[in-house]
Design a protein around this ligand. Structure first.
Ligand SMILES: Cc1cc2nc3c(=O)[nH]c(=O)nc-3n(C[C@H](O)[C@H](O)[C@H](O)COP(=O)(O)O)c2cc1C
Length: 181
């Protein structure tokens, strides 16, 4: 095991790049969080901060940066949806992490019963009612009450150290290693 760096954080000095590098060792999935704006147009951004919070009641959270251009849309939303991307949807992740003006024109989606946009052919989707909004530093935590969900057996897309990972490849590798023993 190699220790690349031990960093002590005090309130006044945090090396942001080093801190991000340490956080990026945590493997996550990739989601696109979507909502319908009050003017009736869809809005969305790529987010890997998605987490399950509670099973009963079913609550999930996602953190949205205050500097995101879609921040106001989410901060004022009554509903939002979380779309868990598959390995074949990296381009959708790139699109929704960009500043493209019409992200939804380039993908297949439909409006679910709450109006939130749901992306087609994802690994899973969670349709949520806004339950609580928590201010937290340069992000805001959106906690949603899950009203409905769906899932498929497609492989979810992984992400760590700022790159996408195909979990199905690692699964195959470990299967090969087991066969070789
Ligand atoms: C894999 C990945 C995960 C991300 N996770 C988050 C996140 O959890 N919260 C967030 O606010 N931005 C996150 N971002 C950055 C936003 O997707 C990016 O800033 C995007 O441009 C925001 O869109 P907007 O400016 O149209 O709102 C992530 C980007 C990538 C590539």
């Amino acid at each position: 095991m190699f220790l690349w760096g031990l960093r002590l954080i005090n309130e006044f000095a945090v090396d942001a790049d080093e801190y991000r590098r340490a956080l990026s060792t945590f493997v996550t999935g990739v989601t696109v969080v979507t909502t319908l704006q009050t003017n009736g147009t869809p809005r969305g951004l790529t987010a890997n901060s998605f987490t399950s919070v509670s099973l009963d009641p079913p609550l999930v959270l996602v953190c949205v940066a205050k500097r995101a251009s879609s921040y106001t849309a989410f901060a004022n939303a009554a509903h939002f949806a979380v779309n868990v991307l598959t390995e074949s949807q990296k381009k959708i992740s790139d699109l929704f992490s960009s500043k493209s003006v019409d992200k939804f024109a380039q993908i297949q989606w439909y409006a679910c019963c709450t109006g939130s946009p749901v992306i087609r052919d994802t690994a899973a989707s969670f349709d949520c009612r806004m339950h609580q909004i928590v201010e937290a530093g340069d992000h805001t935590i959106l906690i949603g009450r899950v009203l409905s969900f769906s899932y498929t057996n497609a492989m979810p897309l992984g992400y760590f150290r700022s790159i996408y990972v195909n979990l199905s490849l690692s699964k195959n590798v470990s299967a090969c290693v087991q066969l070789a023993h």
